[in-house]
Write a protein that binds this ligand. Structure first.
Ligand code: NAP
Length: 273
């Protein structure tokens, strides 16, 4: 029996793969492009596309635990194929499912609920890794530009993965919904300072107005849908996003990682070339 990780080449999925491998468990990683996947040795790579569920049949063979993402495609669009994926997983005899969810419920969560499947919802408001959105402006100009300087209880992707892995390998997580956060709620300006300290460079923080944000995103080629999503979050961030919760420690037995820790781990990527 093996564990199938979807989104395995993504921010959270790579961590899930690594943590399952660390535990000595057999891992199969789903990707649409095996040649570009760069997955660790010993991981079985399976080619498949979540928007085309038939392609998942071979990947689901012999799977005990399945980690699911809820989007399909590089524009972040919600998966419409939840019912087919959930039915195929049930037919393959998958015993446990973890699902990384975002703000909006998708066809995946609805199908799992309707099928009365054994699944665990792993939710968070914001990844610490979103600081990678600032990579170019930090490297090139030493500046971070943000619309909406609101606090957010950003969570380390390794902690999201640790909770998903706990749900896949352990008892008692089926039917649970885990809202994950880091140990503190930080504004983008505070995160900018922490990142600057890790890089050893003073960074400037510039708060944009909505028009400035729209112009910056359009120039970067961001889709209209994602710009609207960013405007909504910047103008009226949901209060839930700033609430610090004890879930990571409760589920994993280890304190949630701090943003300072994330910044230290990723500092070299932000240094000037
Ligand atoms: N960023 C945040 O703050 C945040 C907060 C809460 C929730 N989320 C949710 O987290 C998700 C983003 O996760 P992430 O950042 O870990 O992912 P990511 O780094 O953006 O990577 C995308 C992954 O999805 C896979 N993928 C995309 N479309 C696919 C398809 N049709 N079939 C199979 N695989 C597909 C890609 O695989 P290949 O390219 O290898 O095929 C890749 O592994 C979004 O749904 C978002 O709503 C994000």
């Amino acid at each position: 029996m093996t564990f199938l990780v979807t989104g395995a080449t993504g921010t959270v999925g790579r961590q899930i793969v690594a943590q399952l491998v660390e535990r000595g468990l057999p891992v199969r990683a789903l990707t649409r492009n095996p040649a570009a996947a760069r997955l660790p040795d010993g991981v079985e790579v399976a080619c498949g596309d979540l928007t085309s569920p038939r392609t998942l049949v071979p990947a689901l063979e012999g799977v005990a635990g399945l980690h699911l993402i809820t989007f399909g495609g590089d524009d972040g669009a919600d998966l419409e194929t939840g019912p087919e994926i959930v039915e195929l997983a049930a037919r393959a005899g998958v015993a446990r499912i973890s699902v990384l969810t975002g703000w909006e419920e998708t066809s995946v969560e609805r199908a799992l609920r309707e099928a009365n499947a054994a699944w665990t919802q792993v939710w968070c408001a914001e990844f610490m890794a979103n600081a990678y959105d600032w990579l170019e402006s930090i490297r090139d100009e030493g500046v971070v530009r943000v619309f909406g300087n609101h606090p957010s209880a950003v969570v380390h992707e390794a902690d999201i993965a640790a909770v998903a892995v706990a749900a896949l390998v352990g008892e008692g997580h089926a039917g649970r919904s885990y809202a994950l956060t880091g140990p503190e709620s930080l504004t983008p300006e505070q995160r900018t300072r922490l990142l600057g300290a890790a890089i050893g460079r003073e960074l400037r923080f510039e708060e944009l107005d909505e028009a400035g944000y729209r112009a910056l995103m359009r120039a970067a080629g961001v889709s209209d849908d994602l710009i609207e999503f960013g405007v909504q979050l910047g103008a009226r961030p949901p209060e839930a996003g700033a609430v610090v919760r004890p879930t990571v420690e409760r589920v994993t037995g280890r304190p949630a990682r701090t943003f300072a820790q994330w910044a230290a781990e990723h500092a070299t990527a932000f240094e000037q070339p």
